[in-house]
Write a protein that binds this ligand. Structure first.
Ligand SMILES: Nc1ncnc2c1ncn2[C@@H]1O[C@H](COP(=O)(O)OP(=O)(O)O)[C@@H](O)[C@H]1O
Ligand SMILES: [Mg+2]
Length: 425
């Protein structure tokens, strides 16, 4: 098959790496890709917002299957546009991607189907939102309804902070995403990311992960797209996984089918594991980044037939095998990220770093110029490793990090601390 992967981050590099290894893949393209992806796929300059350009490329190149990485094109209906042009595509339609594109949609669906989630209300105006805040008390969580690239949620410790979040969102601080908001109760517990592959009717649990969203050690500093991750999540055992499938994932699939928008693709549930059990924080309609980097290291089976079975509605008799060994990834970011940062700085030592046992380096934001690898984004590299234990995977990943010479970059030194603490207890 000729396959086109859409996206340019570390998630897409990990997917490209895994798909390139499939015997089903004749030729792999990636748009727009990056310098690391270029090792596994032919990168093509396409604007993903221009769906007709993507369709035209598929027709001219004889693409058999398109795999969509990021949420923005999914929510903009790229799968609908490809499929109506007769091109098979992996991922949810625009209507199904509302599970990520509208937090209010997912909350309403959860309430209607008794899926465990925090109590909430939706608002379109300041005064009723603030009245609800006062009634509910703190801590409380204020969320923009739409896609906000990780900047749309404020976990407020006091009323002033919560009211400021309401004012910021309704005064256009997050653009259209904040035109409507959700206010929900604070959930106490430990988070985990749960991934299920869906075909509209059936879902198979992939595996789990935990990530680190804050920029600095000790889970301090500003929120980012994710500074590291590891898999599996130590707080999700087989029993808990069964509960998540039965109480959260399957009722969602049934509801989406009943509403006429069956969900196909990866359903990524952000969970809070509370004393009463798993609760849904949010859904994402795609693979996680950087969680995919560790998932792909642990996936033993061929990825391509799994993605095809999701698209074709054939997951019922499908099975995926995973290595038991945990994997961990350390994100290297440009100094200043998630704020202002420089592009174009030189990165050296990558080949030497990649020689560390069990290590795979995925590129998140790089470009190649004149034989040199240059930083080309906020999150730049995902230094990933598999090992017999999280501690071993972590040692390997940091050994590789230490071989990378990039003075303009930074990374957290404590990725995986929760899991390592559990192992060494
Ligand atoms: N109800 C809640 N209780 C406690 N923490 C929450 C709650 N909702 C969100 N959070 C925290 O905020 C983070 C971001 O919220 P989430 O709904 O996942 O939005 P997004 O990923 O789109 O920014 C979560 O990972 C979690 O740490
Ligand atoms: Mg989230």
């Amino acid at each position: 098959m000729n396959i086109l992967l859409l996206g340019s981050g570390g998630r897409e590099h990990a997917l490209a790496w895994k798909m390139a290894a499939s015997p089903l893949t004749d030729k792999l393209y990636c748009a727009p890709g990056n310098a690391g992806i270029a090792r596994d796929a032919e990168c093509v300059a396409l604007d993903l917002a221009d769906h007709s350009a993507v369709v035209a490329f598929c027709r001219n190149t004889g693409i058999d299957f398109v795999v969509v990485g990021p949420e923005a094109p999914l929510c903009a209906g790229i799968v609908d546009d490809l499929e109506s042009a007769g091109i098979k595509a992996f991922g949810p339609t625009r209507d199904a991607a509302r599970l990520e594109g509208s937090k209010g949609f997912t909350k309403d669906l959860s309430r209607a189907n008794t899926i465990p989630t925090a109590a909430y209300q939706r608002f379109r105006a300041v005064a009723p939102a603030k009245a609800y805040l006062r009634k509910r008390g703190t801590p409380i969580v204020v969320k923009a309804d739409g896609l906000a690239a990780g900047k749309g949620v404020v976990v407020a410790q006091d009323l002033a902070e919560a009211e400021a979040a309401v004012d910021m969102m309704f005064s256009g601080g997050l653009g259209e995403a904040g035109g409507e908001i959700v206010i929900e109760d604070f959930l106490d517990g430990e988070e985990a990311s749960f991934f299920a592959l869906c075909d509209g009717e059936t879902a198979i649990a992939l595996t789990t992960a935990q990530d680190h969203k804050r920029a600095y050690d000790g889970d301090k500093g500003p929120n980012t797209g994710g500074m590291g991750a590891y898999s599996p999540a130590p707080n999700i055992d087989a029993t808990m996984s069964g509960r998540v499938m039965a109480e959260i994932i399957m009722p969602t699939l049934r509801a989406m089918k009943t509403m006429g928008c069956p969900y196909k693709g990866v359903l990524y549930a952000g969970l809070m594991i509370t004393r009463e059990g798993p609760k849904l924080i949010e859904y994402n309609a795609r693979f996680g980044d950087p969680e995919t980097q560790v998932l792909m290291l642990r996936l033993m089976s061929d990825l391509v037939p799994a993605l095809l079975a999701s698209r074709d509605g054939m997951l019922k008799s499908f099975d995926l095998r995973w290595y038991d060994d945990p994997a961990l990834t350390v994100v290297m970011a440009a100094k200043g990220y998630p704020g202002q940062y420089a592009r174009g700085t030189v990165i050296e030592g990558l080949d030497d770093a990649a020689k560390v046992e069990g290590v795979e380096i995925f590129h998140a934001g790089t470009k190649a110029v004149g034989g040199k690898i240059l930083a080309n984004g906020g999150r730049v590299l995902d230094v990933s490793a598999i090992g017999k234990t999280v501690s071993e995977a972590r040692r390997r990943a940091y050994e590789a990090v230490s071989r990378i010479r990039w003075p303009e970059g930074f990374y957290r030194r404590d990725i995986g601390w929760r899991a390592v603490e559990r192992e060494t207890k």
